[in-house]
Design a protein around this ligand. Structure first.
Ligand code: FEC
Length: 310
């Protein structure tokens, strides 16, 4: 008899399916509190600037789930079936778990399309998936982080090298300020001893070393619009600061994200580039991983390792 199939719940942030859905999506992010008309108009404006009929994160997440399925098939044909579970849009994490149960899956592994662990990010995906799995009687294990997986570091290093090359062969690497960035979180995660900042620094240092970059620093981006303090410095302030210190060329490497979406296509490609232009600096961004084969292998190997750990 063949072995039972293992479900793989691939979790990602989620994005609206259409411009009409932005309000309900935003309300979900705000834990049921609808945004004010001003906040909604602001977010709609940002989406309008990047959405050409298609929300990039939706396409990219679909492609990443298919890519992980293909990578798992390469390693162990017929053993794994991937399901999608989104944090803030359909199919929600709970929907993905329900689909696994409906397909008769009894064992599963959960993985998030975000390499760094925080209780407020990956931890909250896992909490929801674990509760749903318990209700459905599925035994579930989780990949909590993969921020130093050698293939992830190799894929990101390739992108840094390609990003540095955008400044031309004549520009010495030391003259390019590399800014590694990730989504900010409320400062209170520090009191919880959250590993998120350290993991991001570890990824940054590993890539910098592999790419031979010494002129780098880490900065936060995309802080939420809430009253509490968020981790800083924010990337827009950092751009001012490095310009004052003499930088003329900046490469932003948003290593906390794995695909093209609002926080990259708007917050960096439009907002940060606008500030850089006003400051008279050349700003380039390293490409996102999307379905990079090394990233797909990172995910597949992390799933296998979680299953073997038992
Ligand atoms: O392209 C898209 O449609 C979605 C882009 C998107 C990604 C993303 C990733 C992360 N977030 C994280 C934390 C928070 C916290 C809050 C928060 C708010 C927003 C809003 C939008 C949004 N996030 Fe997000 N995030 C993306 C989009 N995020 C839109 C609401 C408007 C705004 O502030 O811009 C604050 C919630 C609150 O109000 O209490 C906290 C973290 C990540 C990276 C890890 C992951 O992907 O899960 C952490 C992509």
């Amino acid at each position: 008899m063949s072995e039972p199939r293992i479900g793989v719940l691939v979790m990602s942030y989620g994005t609206p399916a259409s411009l009409d859905e932005i309000e309900s999506y935003y309300t979900h992010i705000r834990r049921g509190n609808p945004p004010t008309p001003e906040m909604l108009a602001d977010l709609t404006g940002r989406y309008e600037a990047i959405v050409g009929g298609v929300f990039p994160l939706r396409e990219n997440t679909d492609a990443q789930v298919a890519g992980l399925q293909a990578a798992l098939e390469q390693i162990e044909p017929g053993r794994y079936t991937c399901y999608q579970g989104l944090k803030h849009a359909q199919p929600y994490i709970e929907d993905g778990v329900a689909r696994m149960a409906a397909d008769g899956i009894r064992e599963a592994v959960g993985i998030v399309l975000a390499p760094h662990y925080s209780t407020m990010s990956v931890g909250s995906y896992i909490k929801r998936a674990r509760e749903a799995a318990e209700q459905q009687g599925i035994a579930m294990r989780f990949v909590e982080e993969y921020h130093l997986h050698p293939k992830l570091i190799a894929a990101l290093t390739d992108r840094i090298r390609a990003g540095l090359a955008k400044f031309g062969d004549e520009t010495p690497v030391g003259e390019i300020k590399v800014l590694f960035s990730a989504h900010s979180l409320p400062e209170r995660i520090l009191e919880m001893g959250d590993p998120y900042p350290q993991q991001l620094l570890a990824t940054s240092a590993a890539i910098a070393e592999a790419a031979g970059v010494t002129n780098w620093q880490f900065t936060w981006q995309s802080a939420g619009r809430t009253r509490e303090p968020w981790l800083g410095p924010d990337i827009l302030d950092t751009l001012q600061e490095v310009r004052t210190a003499g930088a003329e060329r900046v490469l932003i490497a948003p290593i906390g994200f794995v695909s093209d979406h609002l926080e990259v296509l708007y917050d960096i490609d439009i907002e940060a580039k606008d500030i850089a232009a006003k400051l008279g600096m050349q700003l380039e961004r390293s490409a996102m991983l999307n379905t990079d084969p090394l990233y797909m292998e990172t995910l597949a190997e992390s799933v296998l390792a979680a299953e073997e750990r038992g």
